[in-house]
Design a protein around this ligand. Structure first.
Ligand code: PLP
Length: 428
């Protein structure tokens, strides 16, 4: 099949070309937490767990003995660090294709800490190149070409595009906005009808991109029953698990009684660690599915980068408080962009989770008559803000027509600049 360039990444290219504030692709312009970066540096430099631990603790006097204190101040850091490099190495080399043992253990402990059950790191956890390759390995491993895959729309574009790569047939169901509350719900009969046509799996994404919906306990109970009644696997994409607002709580379907054997979780450090470029993610799957998932993963990519896997352990061991800080920072960002869009005339609810605003633009005079791609291009070229056309999140129908998606994962000053530029729409 012919794959095509992601519309989201195309909008990013256009944003760069037109010097627009890029709110199209979901990555931040702020660094990962220092502890995470340091873990990567010390893994690469130290090369072993023992050296990493030594680098964590040792003073410069211990690390670079015999160097005069005054001279140190004038020497480039690079020169100082060169003799610190370890002589034995494990952490810059191939490791087990399915994941460094330290990271699989950390994923198991982390899952226990947040969701109350501990997957077996030997048989249920596979480390991948982000959630993207996690999903690909799952689709290749558990589905057979021709299988139906239930995909709620709007959706992240990789779901149907990967389905096409693996010869799967997407069966779309919908999420619908209540424009009075800005909340997104779904029609259970529609989902039931889709499941009764005989699908292999359903893709759930909560917190949800692009709507910000956080599936409630009652939503998950319905999905669990649906899966049991129709022998469905549920592939649960939880990469925004810590980004929830206003008291909303992310619940993992795998923790719902009876769902462990039917749920495959895909996750990554991309969003939680502000490290989208590291490409470290994982799959938690029932042991029966793991060999096929690992087989595809090993064949296609061998493994995720060893030192970055080792560093990811640090993120998964952060105390819960660090994730509260992340949430609070995103709440401020959300409020900044919601206010900016509303001032410019967009209709937008405050999402409960993830870091996107799926905003209605038909009441903005300069955009009202434009199709979503034209509206997005107008915003890039005339206003200097890049978004993603709403119809990119739907395969069929016109439901995405009045929407543009804006990511609010940039720094507050970047979002303020976007809001300032959007204000020009008022005077247009
Ligand atoms: C819902 C969803 N799943 C997966 C991904 C990709 O994640 P990763 O960087 O871990 O491959 C994204 C990225 O934006 C996303 O929004």
């Amino acid at each position: 099949m012919a794959t095509r360039e992601s519309v989201i990444r195309r909008m990013t290219r256009l944003a760069v070309q037109h010097d627009a504030v890029n709110l199209s692709q979901g990555f931040t312009d702020e660094p990962p937490p220092f502890e995470l970066v340091w873990a990567a540096v010390s893994a690469m430099l130290g090369g072993t767990n023992e050296e990493m631990a030594r680098l964590d603790r040792a003073s410069l006097r211990e690390l670079v003995p015999g160097v005069d204190a005054e001279a140190i101040l004038d020497r480039p850091l690079k020169q100082l660090l060169e003799p610190v490099q370890g002589h034995r190495d494990r952490l810059n080399q191939y490791s087990f294709p399915f994941g460094l043992p330290e990271l699989r253990d950390a994923i198991a402990d982390y899952t226990h800490r947040f969701y109350g059950w501990r997957p077996d790191p030997e048989t249920e956890v596979t480390v991948t190149l982000g959630a993207t390759e996690a999903l690909a390995s799952v689709l290749a491993g558990v589905c057979t070409p021709g299988d139906r895959l239930i995909v709620p729309a709007p959706y992240h574009e990789m779901y149907p595009s990967q389905a096409a790569v693996f010869g799967l047939v997407p069966e779309y169901v919908t999420l619908v906005e209540d424009v009075d509350t800005g909340r997104w719900g779904f029609d259970r009969d529609e989902w039931e009808a889709a499941a009764s046509r005989g699908a292999r799996a359903l893709i759930l994404n909560t917190p949800h991109n692009p709507t910000g919906k956080v599936f409630s306990a009652s939503d998950l109970a319905f999905i669990a029953e649906l899966a049991a009644r129709h022998s469905l696997l549920v592939i649960s994409d939880e990469i925004y698990e810590h980004i929830v607002f206003d008291g909303a709580r992310h619940l993992s379907l795998a923790a719902v009684p009876g769902m462990r054997e039917r749920t495959i979780v895909v996750n990554s450090i991309s969003k939680t660690g502000n490290a989208t470029g590291w490409r470290v993610g994982w799959v938690i799957a029932p042991a029966v599915h793991t060999p096929a998932i690992r087989g595809f993963h090993d064949t296609m990519v061998i493994q995720a980068p060893t030192p970055l896997q080792r560093a990811a352990v640090a993120l998964l061991q952060f105390d819960a408080g660090a994730f509260d800080v992340l949430r609070a920072a995103y709440a401020t960002k959300r409020d900044t962009l919601v206010a900016g869009l509303r001032r410019a005339g967009f209709g937008v609810g405050a999402p409960e989770g993830a870091y996107y605003l799926f905003a209605r633009y038909r009441d903005v005079p300069a955009l009202a008559e434009r199709a979503p791609m034209e509206a997005a291009l107008h915003l890039i070229t005339e206003v200097g803000v890049a978004s993603v056309p709403g119809d990119n999140f739907y395969a069929t129908g016109t439901a995405g027509d009045g929407y543009l998606r804006f990511a609010f994962c940039r720094s507050v000053s970047t979002l303020e600049e976007a809001a300032r530029r959007l204000a020009s729409l008022k005077s247009a």
